[in-house]
Design a protein around this ligand. Structure first.
Ligand code: ASP
Length: 325
């Protein structure tokens, strides 16, 4: 079994025309560096869980992506971060939602899985748990970048009622109103992050972390911390991390649906992932994509948007990274 890791940094209307060569290179370098870090964990005999946790921790620390430092802002210009992990060997899982001062929400999610008898902690209780666990806490301003502040101001000026999927103005979750025809701005090129891996023992793991969607109502939680929606892993089938319009991924139970199609219908990873992303989600206007690996080390990275920041690497091979189709 050759271990493999795949990562994503969000999907959406990433317009090639609006992306400068330097910016594109910055993203590609960040994705490559983080895939390689995950490959190194696996090459050293690390578990799939260790590899996905480390990859997502690095993605959270990178200001290019909508998780941790660089996370998007709520309508009240605050941060509410969500994260989850799942271990495919044991079906153990941990998640946090609406945390505003835990530097790496993914580490908190992992501690929930390993050190508590519960699965999901939210808000103040999640922060209290992280503090008890000795995790690093930061002032909420640590997460805010100037680009995020400008993004929120623009969305509030142009579409005060809408909550906007990072980097895709068309994928607005707007109280039932039709989405505007044009992407809101050209520089939304950030996104929710995630990683999936299979290790040398054939164990699968998944991790997802996000700041949510720009201008989201305070208290809104998306798919990222919800097991089965934005994150799922099961050694019998696959490991999945999703990105996109969270409400639709919750309604479709998207991550679990890929696994269930494999288990009940005998579909391949590629067939099941393609069906959920390109056939089922579009029926409820679900936009985004997911990354997936199965127990045989197959990788699928489908998305129904213009682009998805993504990459994967098998141990002993070069990392592959891509943004557009
Ligand atoms: N799925 C995330 C959410 O709705 C957003 C994203 O993928 O960028 O919270």
């Amino acid at each position: 079994m050759t271990p493999v890791i795949a990562i994503h940094g969000g999907a959406g209307a990433i317009s090639r025309a609006d992306m400068s060569a330097e910016k594109e290179q910055e993203y590609q370098q960040a994705l490559r560096r983080i895939v390689e870090a995950g490959q190194a964990v696996l090459a050293a005999g690390g578990s799939a869980m260790d590899a996905v946790t480390e990859a997502v921790r690095l993605l959270e620390d990178c200001p290019l992506f909508n998780a941790g430092h660089g996370a998007v802002l709520t309508s009240a210009a605050t941060h509410e971060l969500d994260a989850s992990v799942m271990d495919g060997a044991t079906l153990r899982t941990g998640a946090v939602a609406m945390v505003d001062c835990v530097r790496n929400p993914i580490l908190a999610a992992r501690r929930v899985m390993e050190q508590s008898k519960h699965v999901l902690f939210v808000g103040e209780g999640a922060v209290a748990f992280a503090r008890e666990q000795g995790l690093e806490l930061v002032d909420p301003s640590y997460f805010t970048t100037e680009a995020r502040r400008q993004q929120l101001e623009r969305v509030q000026r142009e579409h005060p009622d809408a909550a906007v999927l990072d980097h895709d103005g068309q994928a607005i979750v707007s109280r039932g109103q039709p989405a505007p025809a044009d992407p809101l701005d050209a520089d939304r090129k950030f996104g929710t992050v995630g990683a999936v891996a299979v290790d040398a023992r054939g164990n699968l793991a998944a991790a997802t972390s996000t700041g949510g969607i720009t201008n989201k109502q305070v208290g809104r939680v998306g798919d990222s911390p919800l097991i089965g929606a934005g994150c799922y892993a099961n050694n019998r089938t696959c490991a999945i991390s999703a990105t996109g319009t969270g409400e639709m991924f919750i309604r479709m139970v998207a991550a679990y649906d890929v696994s269930a199609r494999m288990e009940y219908l005998g579909e391949s990873l590629a067939q099941a992932a393609d069906c959920v992303v390109n056939k089922k989600l579009p029926t409820i206007d679900g936009k985004g994509g997911l990354i997936a690996v199965d127990a045989q080390g197959n990788v699928a990275l489908p998305f129904n948007t213009e682009g998805m920041y993504r990459g994967y690497g098998r141990v002993g091979e070069d990392a592959v990274v891509a943004i557009y189709r």
